[in-house]
Design a protein around this ligand. Structure first.
Ligand code: NAD
Length: 434
């Protein structure tokens, strides 16, 4: 199969690399020339564990290449995947589909033979059909089919998720599209990973419903955590006791500072807008969005209490600013609420993050970046764990407490136990839901 992948971000690049590893001939396209230059030099523009090796192997095998020239990639391709961004549209919460529609226009102009145009980006119900209309209007002569193939990979575990998915969802209208998609995913089908074939609208809806459900689960446990703090229960035990129930499951039941990232915030908002537009309001999703905002602000209050009511003149070491470990993605990370609140309140903030600096420098003005958590903590009034990178899971707490001005610890990912923290000499410890 010859595949063109339009957009080489977190999803497009991982998908393109993995498809080439399946044995397909893949050309990845991006309109950002700096990205293409890096990729052509063999450098990966994002941090994703294992991606550099897999990419190098498939480039060397002659199955994977990169270009800024969309027409060159689309000509002769059996399938063209659209994997461009669908961020929140400024002002109204809808998904911004301008990149998807622009890509559809460009693809239309470049179509040569029979091709399946596949949308991998997360798009509201009806978008695939609109993509088809755009292409048809621009090229009434072209032979093409439409398919919806939403992506479920998680940053930080993206290759494994792509290669060993819980399921692949494919929305199609024609047998020809189904056959091409079946051929593309054959290596997974042969290994018994389920492929759910459905219509375009259902495929689009599956992605939003899945993300909104997971965001709801996180928000639910965060609210229970708030109540645990008031009544003296321990959220870690509560999550464990709940998660062992097979009907509930233990995933996405870890209390924390509120969800962030490149998907949940924008996808919950887009789904809520979809409900409003169709007079079928999604009250649960709307409440989840509100409660998650409150959760992030609650973390600011927690920190303020820890620092005797004021950030002014305090030095705070923040460990982890990416939205989760094993990614450099900062989009909608809780750090973007917490760190500006600290700085706005007069604190000096030192930040340590194994991969966050490149993205984070522009997004967190006024912070001091350091490489080492021990250096960050020296002379500080508080340390905060905001992202649970492995690097922060086995800190020498005695050494940290001994070097701080006033050893106080906000463990917003519940990594440590109160006993260990107190035994190490910290005078105050706050966590979430304990
Ligand atoms: N990031 C995730 O974990 C994840 C997971 C599942 C689904 N998704 C969905 O996948 C889509 C892509 O997300 P992402 O995080 O990879 O986005 P991203 O912002 O990292 O990458 C998008 C890329 O597309 C490029 N692009 C935009 N228009 C283009 C065009 N016309 N031609 C060529 N390149 C173009 C941009 O330059 C950019 O490099 C979104 O809809 C997102 O919701 C993301």
């Amino acid at each position: 199969m010859k595949i063109a992948m339009i957009g080489t971000g977190y999803v497009g690049l991982v998908s393109g690399v993995c498809f080439s590893d399946f044995g397909h001939e893949v050309v990845c396209v991006d309109k950002n020339p700096a990205k293409i230059d890096m990729l052509e030099r063999g450098e990966v523009p994002i941090y994703e564990p294992g991606l550099d090796d897999l990419m190098a192997r498939n480039v060397a095998g002659g199955r994977l290449s990169f270009t800024g020239d969309l027409a060159e990639a689309v000509a002769g391709a059996d399938a063209v995947f659209i994997a461009v961004g669908t961020p929140t549209r400024r002002g109204d919460g809808h998904a911004d589909l301008s990149y998807v529609y622009a890509a559809a226009e460009e693809i239309a102009g470049a179509l040569t033979g029979p091709t399946v145009i596949v949308t991998k980006s997360t798009v509201p119900v009806g978008t695939n059909r609109k993509v088809g209309e755009i292409v048809r209007a621009a090229r009434p002569d072209a032979e093409f089919d439409i398919a919806s193939n939403p992506e479920f990979l998680r940053e930080g575990a993206a290759i494994d998720d792509f290669m060993r998915p819980d399921r692949v969802v494919v929305g199609v209208e024609t047998e020809r599209a189904k056959t091409v998609m079946g051929d593309i995913y054959k290596p997974l089908f042969l290994r018994d990973f389920p492929i759910v074939y459905t219509d375009l609208e259902s495929a689009e809806m599956i992605k939003y419903a899945a993300n909104a459900f997971l965001a709801t689960k996180i928000t639910f446990i965060n609210e229970i955590a708030t109540l645990c703090e008031k009544v003296g229960a321990d959220i870690k035990s509560v999550s464990k006791g709940m998660g062992l129930d097979g009907r509930i499951g233990n995933k996405f039941l870890h209390a924390g500072p509120g969800y962030g990232g490149s998907c949940f915030p924008k996808d919950t908002k887009a789904l809520a807008r979809m409900g409003q537009d169709h007079a079928a309001p999604l009250h649960i999703t709307e409440t989840v969005i509100d409660v998650n905002e409150q959760m992030k602000r609650r973390m600011v209050d927690k920190l303020q209490d820890l620092l005797d009511g004021s950030f002014n003149g305090k030095t705070v070491a923040v460990l982890g600013v990416t939205f989760k470990p094993n990614t450099d993605d900062m989009r909608d990370a809780p750090s973007l609420t917490l760190v500006p609140a600290l700085i706005g309140g007069g604190a000096k903030v030192r930040v340590v993050d194994p991969q966050g600096r490149r993205e984070g420098e522009g997004m967190l003005p006024g912070v001091e970046w350091t490489e080492d958590p021990y250096a960050a903590a020296e002379g500080a009034h508080a340390i905060v764990i905001l992202t649970e990178w492995n690097e922060f899971r086995a800190l020498d707490l005695d050494r940290i407490a001994g070097s701080m001005s006033s050893p106080r610890f906000a463990d917003l990912r519940n990594v440590y136990s109160r006993e260990d923290v107190v035994a190490a000499g910290f005078e105050a410890y706050v966590a979430v839901g304990r």
